[in-house]
Design a protein around this ligand. Structure first.
Ligand SMILES: *Cc1c(COP(=O)(O)O)cnc(C)c1O
Length: 413
């Protein structure tokens, strides 16, 4: 038998698309929670309070707003569980994550025959996947055209596609769903807690699913926020779905949501962790205290600083999200993206390549909304580029960055 030494994990600068660096207060809340079971009253109170804070963060009155234990894909699995075999679906993909969501949708909408024909990657005829090229956004016109043609029961899109760093047109998606009577489902993993929006402004989108590790910044594996409108819940109530643990209605009971109403205490669903509840609760408090609108403005301001700096280094930015830049290296370094990222990661500077073709570099700023952190990210990236033979004046780029932040300092003084 081998007993390994205690696992130690170094501190790195998580400057990728996610996860973001967790706030020390969130880790503190995790570590200082007492030993209490999942039905202890403060744990339950924490879940109910988290539910109420999540409604603020989503901008919704939806009763069915709560956290699904696990990661972003756990929340998405819960939301997409309402899709049953044979359901007609139109789903859009423009990158890695919406591509995986489309695979989930094809699995859920498959009949046993569809699954048997291609067990790992089923292709049911009732699901239409619209593939939008990497680097482009899903537009309202694209959604309108596809829904007019196919008249599906469900439509799906990612709000912000982290794989290519593109913001998709959720207003256009909503409007097309409303016009064609489709039930809209949205992956809001990368937008919640970064953008400033109220989901109740998009009433034709009946299901939203997010994650713990991006804008919500509660990485100690906690809860994937979800929110469902009554139209969605009614479908599940009428037809059921093939899951217990990710059941959109049953899952709500533990958070004090029964028959569409808030009830004081939870009903057992699965063994929730008091540590996870305490840290999730703290992450939501931090986000609301900072203010959703202020945070969105700070992301936009800092993304622009990073975008200007990497452009001055000769990179071409192809993204329009505010929590990361996705870029092509200048001609001389083209084709060396993975090598550059590897060099950075070896030094604890955690940037990422794209996970699907074409290969690009992704640099993220989740929870890095200060001049100091942006300066460190720009400086480290500049050094890595210079080491590989890029040619630019680093001192000028750093000086320009400093002057970009100067008015902000004056404003906050
Ligand atoms: C990160 C991400 C996911 C997956 O989230 P996990 O926490 O890794 O499960 C899904 N969709 C989008 C848009 C993402 O950015």
């Amino acid at each position: 038998m081998t007993i390994f030494p205690t696992l130690t994990i170094p501190d790195t600068l998580a400057a990728g698309p996610g996860p973001g660096n967790t706030d020390p207060r969130v880790l503190q809340a995790f570590a200082s929670a007492g030993v209490a079971d999942h039905m202890q009253q403060d744990v339950l109170r924490g879940m109910v309070e988290s539910k109420l804070m999540l409604r603020e963060i989503f901008g919704t009155k939806n009763a069915y707003t709560y956290g699904v234990a696990g990661t972003g894909f756990s929340g998405l699995d819960c939301m997409l569980s309402a899709i049953l075999p044979g359901d007609k679906v139109v789903a859009f993909t423009n990158g890695t994550f919406s591509g995986i969501d489309c695979m989930t949708i094809r699995m859920k909408a498959s009949t046993p025959e569809d699954l048997a024909a291609n067990p790992m990657n089923p292709q049911p005829a009732n699901v239409t996947i619209i593939t939008v090229p990497h680097g482009q956004s899903v537009t309202g016109e694209m959604v309108e055209k596809a829904l007019a043609e196919h008249k599906p029961m469900w439509a799906f899109m990612a709000h912000w596609e982290t794989g290519s760093g593109r913001i998709n047109d959720v207003q256009g998606f909503n409007d097309a769903c409303a016009k064609h009577g489709a039930l809209g489902l949205v992956d809001a993993v990368s937008s919640l807690g970064v953008g400033d929006f109220n989901i109740d402004q998009y009433p034709a989108v009946v299901g939203w699913a997010s994650c713990p590790q991006k804008g919500v910044l509660a990485l100690p594996l906690t809860y994937a926020p979800v929110s469902f409108r009554d139209e969605y819940i009614d479908v599940v109530k009428k037809r059921g779905c093939y899951t217990y643990v990710h059941h959109p209605i049953l899952n709500g009971r533990h958070w004090g949501i029964v028959d569409g109403k808030d009830v004081p205490a939870g009903v057992y669903h699965q063994t929730h962790s008091g540590y996870a509840v305490a840290s999730f609760h703290e992450a939501l408090r931090i986000l609301l205290t900072y203010g959703r609108a202020q945070k969105a403005a700070d992301y936009a301001f800092c993304e622009k600083a990073l975008r200007n700096a990497v452009s001055a280094m000769g990179c071409e930015v192809t993204s329009n999200m505010t929590s990361l830049v996705v870029l092509n290296l200048p001609g001389k370094l083209a084709g060396k993206e993975k090598e550059l990222v590897g060099n950075c990661r070896a030094k604890g500077f955690g940037i990422w390549p794209t996970l699907s073709e074409p290969v690009q570099v992704r640099i993220g700023i989740l929870n890095q909304l200060t001049e100091e952190s942006i300066t460190e990210i720009v400086g480290r990236f500049a050094d890595a580029m210079l080491e590989m033979g890029a040619e630019f004046d680093k001192a000028k780029i750093m000086a320009d960055l400093k002057s970009y932040f100067e008015p902000r300092l004056k404003n906050s003084a």
